[in-house]
Design a protein around this ligand. Structure first.
Ligand SMILES: [Zn+2]
Length: 299
């Protein structure tokens, strides 16, 4: 055998072995549960909590966003915070992170009752946050909640890891991977997230649009990145129906789920028209779904 062929044969054998391992590892099931489907203005007669989605992938559990009211809904639907393994915060508008401190406290205390003299030993948790997340946590736990120093303990726990999304690259989970894409929204650091198994792709847009970015073209990069997702969970609040339809036409998701919904017409979102959005997007997506809290979807 020639010496030039040997490395090629070895490379091919290694690739086949890697493929074999990939085929043999079970593909984790992905389940999506909506725990917050509204926005900052919670209507008194039809309350929707702020932004929050629990995503189960195999035996790992993600929370995408932690707006006000999300913690209570997590308990309502049997996903208490201590069962989380990962949190993704799309951005730091408070309707996406007001319940973060409650989630973290309940993650720390909510597991098995510790033995006398022992501290709770929660499941390791990693928080992926936009720029400013660490400062927000320090401001909260060192200053606002720093009266007796308990908050500082939480921030120093080795089982609570923080990752700046901008530096995160691709996260490799058990049988899945998670990647992030910067999106344009209200001139702040804002991210979309994509979770992929060997067979399925879920994309959550975070917030798109805002005062200066109401056109789909402003987030064309996002649409290209999300193309072909089985499920696209989209911000319905900030972008007009015609522009949402352009995103649907480019992504062509099997299921398009509309969240970040409002139950009353507000002057700042005068373009909002859910019925028109559904009518236009149903021509482009396989199926359109309006999110409600407690709705559970399997990919
Ligand atoms: Zn926002």
């Amino acid at each position: 055998m020639s010496q030039t062929r040997l490395p090629r044969i070895l490379t091919a054998a290694l690739m086949l072995a890697a493929l074999g391992v990939a085929w043999l590892s079970p593909v984790p099931e992905v389940r999506v549960l909506f725990v917050g489907t509204g926005h900052p203005d919670i209507a008194a007669d039809k309350p929707r909590m702020q932004s929050g989605i629990v995503v189960d992938v195999g035996d790992e559990r993600w929370l995408f966003d932690a707006g006000a009211g999300v913690v209570a809904r997590m308990f309502d639907h049997k996903r208490p915070p201590h069962t989380l393994t990962h949190i993704f915060l799309s951005h730091l508008h408070y309707d996406h992170c007001l319940d973060l401190d409650a989630v973290l406290l309940l993650w720390r205390t909510g597991g098995p009752v510790p033995a006398p003299g022992q501290r709770p030993a929660p499941r390791p948790l990693t928080l992926f946050g936009p720029d400013g997340t660490e400062k927000m946590l320090v401001d909260l736990y060192d200053a606002a909640y720093g009266v007796d120093g308990r908050g500082r303990v939480l921030l120093k726990m080795p089982s609570f890891k923080r990752v700046r999304i901008r530096d995160a690259g691709v996260f490799e989970g058990k049988g899945y991977k998670v990647s992030f894409r910067e999106v344009k929204h209200a001139n702040m650091d804002c991210w979309a997230v994509k979770l992929e198994t060997a067979t399925k792709t879920l994309v959550f847009s975070g917030d798109l649009g805002g005062p200066n970015n109401l056109r789909a073209a402003d987030n064309a990069d996002f649409s290209e990145w999300a193309k072909g997702a089985e499920m696209l969970i989209i911000d319905t609040l900030h972008i007009p129906p015609e522009e949402l339809a352009k995103i649907a036409a480019q992504v062509k998701p099997k299921t398009m789920v509309f969240s970040h919904l409002t139950e009353r017409q507000l002057p700042i979102f005068k373009h909002y028209d859910l019925e028109k959005t559904l009518a236009l997007c149903s021509k482009e997506a396989g199926k359109v779904v309006v999110a409600v809290e407690g709705l559970e979807l399997k990919l």
